[in-house]
Write a protein that binds this ligand. Structure first.
Ligand code: COA
Length: 504
């Protein structure tokens, strides 16, 4: 293990250096931990790993709060170790998902901009230990975060104790990339002075009270690379439909070729959409998002994106090498902020974002389910999709029209769980086409969604449902006793199709 005290520029803190195993011993049953980490980037690693080891011989449970999902298989390991009481605000791990759905531990699925606010106002349990990954500690008392900011600023400002993990794998060139700003308490708050994606409004590091620093741990665990799935035919088709929609917006004069700052969720579709912009006529683009994936850096290389603001950088192994090996090249075009700021309603509305997120399913009126499979089983969580959709200039949801080899239609009569109501959903896109729902009444929406977005296998079934619903009347017609018939069919017959044999 490399132990480089030069990264702790305030020498009065040198005596606080400890091993991860020793630091993990300070954590007691019932405590709440605020861990750095957002979508595999910048997570505290050494102390959580040591805590997992401790859990093999000792019975204890802690609450784990983070920015979003953790990398290095930490969500899996913490969940398997049986040491979690409650986890929030997001996760994306198969083992943890299973444990959540089997009620082995609790999970609170939260809008990602809400966690910091709830900690500051004591709605959530207070943070006993903030454990945050850092590049270094400055001489004037600031923790320089690494590849994500997430909720670290609030964890550090609110925690009773702080453990800093200095990760020697990260270059000191990351210093200067971050912009840390924490709003004052509600009722005493000024407007957040961020008017453009590239504005800097805070400090380059996380200020801290040195009396709260309990220990400093050195580590050299790398961030986990993302596993980018290359665009397939369907994601490419979705990207094409979305571009078609954006071109229409430019044609009618609501947008220019610069579009508006773009937020794109994680995953293959978002990546395909952004990738598709490389060869497009769009230019001088800006990104104001949560996570920066490979495609944003490809757009920068192609001269299409001139600035990107986010709270985390999550890259494939290959891209990591390229970006972190050439940080000088990208530094002036990047800023990393707390997720409270990247996802803040005030700023999203002010900048007028185009928000692109993924749905599991949506219904014929445009209500979107992003989290619960068949209305009950947690997938990952709402993440920032609600923060963005509720406040964006244009809230777009994308999904393939079918899942599981065609046995599931992603367009259903009635969403089995609603994360984004019809009021927050502007455009829905599948590989079949798009439906621009803005300004449409429910009956107009249903027709457009069924005709433009549904897979041909399910079109007739949905038309029949809607026609029967019309005979019942109402502003938003439904046949209530059949509203979940697609889902009950799936549970009983393994397919949403009415006739099992009709799958091609
Ligand atoms: N019912 C059941 N399962 C479904 C489904 C449906 N209607 N639609 C998709 N799935 C399954 C897929 O089959 C796939 O399963 P697999 O992992 O076993 O292959 C899985 O869900 C993921 O679907 P995929 O089409 O590969 O999309 P994705 O990887 O982009 O994930 C979400 C889609 C919705 C799960 C994901 O985007 C998410 O968690 N979103 C919510 C959080 C969010 O939006 N974050 C970004 C905000 S900034």
């Amino acid at each position: 293990m490399v132990n480089n005290l030069e990264r702790i520029k305030d020498s009065s803190l040198h005596s606080l250096v400890v091993g991860a195993d020793e630091a993990a011993l300070w954590i007691q049953d019932g405590m709440t931990l605020g861990l750095s980490g957002f979508t595999r980037a910048g997570d505290a690693k050494a102390v959580p790993f040591a805590l997992v080891e401790r859990g093999k011989n000792e019975k204890f449970k802690v609450n784990i709060f983070t920015g979003a999902s953790l990398g290095s298989d930490l969500d899996k390991l913490l969940s398997e170790a049986g040491i979690i009481n409650k986890r929030l605000p997001f996760q994306a791990d198969a083992t943890m998902r299973k444990n959540i759905n089997n009620a082995n531990h609790l999970f609170v699925d939260q809008h990602l901009s809400h966690t910091a606010e709830m900690i500051r106002s004591s709605v959530l349990p207070s943070i006993d230990f903030a454990i945050v990954e850092a590049v270094s500690i400055t001489a004037d008392g600031m923790i320089i975060p690494t590849t994500s900011v997430g909720n670290s600023l609030t964890f550090v400002s609110q925690a009773k104790n702080i453990i800093v993990e200095i990760n020697m794998e990260h270059s000191e060139l990351l210093e200067g990339l971050h912009d840390l700003y924490e709003p004052a308490e509600q009722g005493k708050r000024e407007p957040i002075p961020l008017k453009k994606a590239e504005d800097r409004i805070g400090t380059i590091g996380i200020p801290f009270d040195s009396s709260k620093i309990k220990g400093i741990v050195f580590t050299n665990h790398k961030d986990s690379p993302s596993t980018i799935v290359p665009p397939d035919q369907e994601t490419q088709e979705m990207a094409n439909h979305l571009m078609e929609f954006l071109r229409e917006e430019v044609k009618v004069g609501r947008l220019t070729k610069k579009l508006a700052p773009i937020q794109a969720g994680i995953g293959s579709v978002a990546n395909a959409v952004l990738h598709g912009m490389i060869d497009s006529e769009f230019e001088n683009l800006q990104v104001y998002s949560e996570v920066l994936q490979d495609s944003v850096f490809e757009l920068m290389d192609a001269g299409k994106v001139n600035f990107a603001s986010a709270c985390s950088i999550t890259l494939s192994a290959e891209k990591m090498e390229q970006v972190y090996g050439n940080l000088e090249k990208y530094r002036n075009q990047l800023v990393l902020r707390p997720q409270e700021i990247t996802n803040h309603p005030e700023i999203i509305r002010r900048l007028g974002l185009i928000a692109i997120n993924t749905a599991l399913e949506f219904d014929i009126y445009g209500n979107v389910n992003s989290t619960h499979v068949s209305g009950t089983k947690m997938m990952n969580g709402i993440g920032g999709s609600g923060d963005f959709a509720r406040n964006a200039r244009i809230a777009i949801f994308v999904t393939k029209s079918t899942a599981k080899g065609g046995n599931i239609s992603s367009v259903v009569p009635f969403a089995s769980h609603v994360d984004h109501t019809e009021h927050d959903v502007d455009v829905v896109v599948t590989e079949q086409g798009y439906a621009d729902l803005r300004g449409l009444a429910p009956r107009e929406r249903a027709k457009l969604i069924i005709e433009n977005c549904v897979h041909p296998m399910y079109k007739e079934q949905l038309r029949n449902y809607y026609e029967e619903a019309l005979t019942r009347g109402g502003q938003t017609p439904h046949v209530l006793e059949k509203a979940l018939s697609f889902h009950t069919n799936l549970a009983e017959n393994g397919t949403m199709l009415e006739k099992v044999n009709s799958i091609v």
